[in-house]
Design a binder for this molecule. Structure first.
Ligand SMILES: [Zn+2]
Length: 420
């Protein structure tokens, strides 16, 4: 079939637009107005050699794979697609293999330029729904673009500078599902996400760093649970365990709340409702203001057990303000003795937990790290969690966290189209 000179000119124009070079050429570009489609047919010059995509060896041509299409960037609201039958070659080592086209990654239904654009759209959008609409794609396709982008980013990522990490858990979905995260505290990025919060899960997190680099990690911030500590001792024995502020205050807050609930029950039995709706008052600590400050002062003035428990909790804030580990240890011992003399069982229990983790608490004065970085990702992760759906739920969730919080280099490289 012969082309008119106009058709040849249009084909050459699209070839230039797409950066298509020998041995590839645009055979035909067709405008389908009814379908709002620009259809570009590309072929491989049969006189040019074919190279094995794996070893780059020049190989005899075998045949052509069935025709495939790739979506490209829209032109004036017209969907643009590339259509081609990729040659297959017979490599002595890799047998019959399909040649990789220069405009797409293997297995992708999109051109590199489209994927690069999609990554930018996804980054800029407030929600995934918005991105899905703007890109005029379905959820699965968007998810696959993100999967590939994250895979690309992880391959390119360097973790050489990681010396301080945070281990943390997040709830996932309804019920008791959890995921565990490892963050690079200085680089302020999420390094890995795994299902569950067991020791095995924490080991899997550590394995996201090559062994040589695990040895360089000096400190790891974490809760006071056994799993993260056990995995750290095993996978990165040189890393100092530092217990995170947030988890310590949570422990103490829970103890205060336990005291409050018991006391509230006792007071209610006598018709006294003073402690009703005060849970958050005691969580806030000394920083309450306005009317509530007055109510709070009144509660504190009465010899309530809850007020005492609260005072012990508040006292502990000063632990973190000590100048060094020696002073902190002295402070802790005083505080522990004071709490232990009280008759507040929940507080005493919390104090024992802290005493059992004293080494990890004192390590703070050497490394001064917390999981605040992970906390900083909370709102983003919350939004991702709400949007995570489909039956690959955990995998999708992981991909999205790494996409948005991993600081990865996600955009495909637009390699120049030289002989492939
Ligand atoms: Zn080969």
């Amino acid at each position: 079939m012969s082309q008119t000179s106009d058709e040849a000119a249009v084909a050459a124009h699209y070839g230039m637009l797409l950066g298509i070079q020998s041995p590839w050429q645009v055979k035909r570009a067709k405008l389908e107005v009814a379908q709002r489609l620009v259809d570009i047919e590309v072929e491989h010059d049969s006189r040019q050699p074919v190279r094995c995509p794996q070893c780059r060896r020049e190989c005899p041509r075998h045949d052509h794979a069935p025709e495939r299409t790739w979506r490209h960037l829209d032109v004036m609201q017209f969907t643009t697609q590339i259509r081609a039958r990729l040659p297959r070659c017979t490599c002595p080592e890799h047998k019959v293999v399909t040649v990789t086209p220069p405009w797409a990654e293997p297995g992708s239904r999109f051109t590199l330029m489209f994927e690069a654009f999609a990554v930018q759209v996804l980054r800029a959008c407030a929600s995934l729904t918005q991105a899905v609409e703007l890109l005029r794609l379905d959820w699965d396709s968007v998810q696959r673009i993100m999967d590939r982008a994250v895979q690309r980013g992880l391959t390119r990522r360097s973790t050489e500078a990681v010396t301080q990490v945070g281990l943390d858990e997040k709830s996932f979905g309804r019920g008791q599902d959890y995921v565990s995260l490892m963050t690079d505290l200085q680089g302020r990025r999420v390094l890995e996400v795994v299902a569950d919060r067991t020791t095995e899960a924490a080991l899997a997190l550590w394995k996201s760093l090559p062994e040589e680099q695990r040895k360089q990690v000096q400190a790891a911030s974490m809760d006071m649970g056994a799993n993260f500590a056990a995995a750290t001792a095993q996978a990165a024995p040189a890393a100092k365990i530092v217990h995170d502020h947030f988890h310590v205050s949570k422990q103490l807050n829970d103890a205060v709340d336990k005291v409050r609930r018991e006391e509230h029950r006792r007071l209610l039995a006598k018709g006294d409702e003073s402690l009703k709706h005060t849970k958050f008052l005691w969580l806030q600590g000394a920083a309450v203001d306005g009317d509530r400050a007055l109510a709070f002062a009144e509660l504190c003035a009465r010899e309530l057990k809850t007020a005492k428990a609260w005072a012990y909790k508040e006292m502990f804030v000063e632990f973190w303000l000590q100048p060094d580990a020696i002073a902190a240890q002295r402070f802790f011992e005083d505080w522990y003795r004071t709490v232990n003399r009280s008759r507040l069982e929940p507080l005493k229990k919390a104090a024992r937990t802290l005493a059992n983790h004293l080494v990890g608490l004192l390590n703070y004065f050497e490394h001064r790290i917390t999981n605040a970085v992970t906390e900083g990702f909370n709102s983003r992760i919350q939004a991702i969690k709400t949007a995570a759906r489909g039956f690959r739920r955990f995998q999708n969730y992981r991909t999205r966290i790494l996409f948005f919080c991993g600081k990865l280099d996600l955009v495909p490289a637009m390699h120049s189209v030289v002989s492939h």
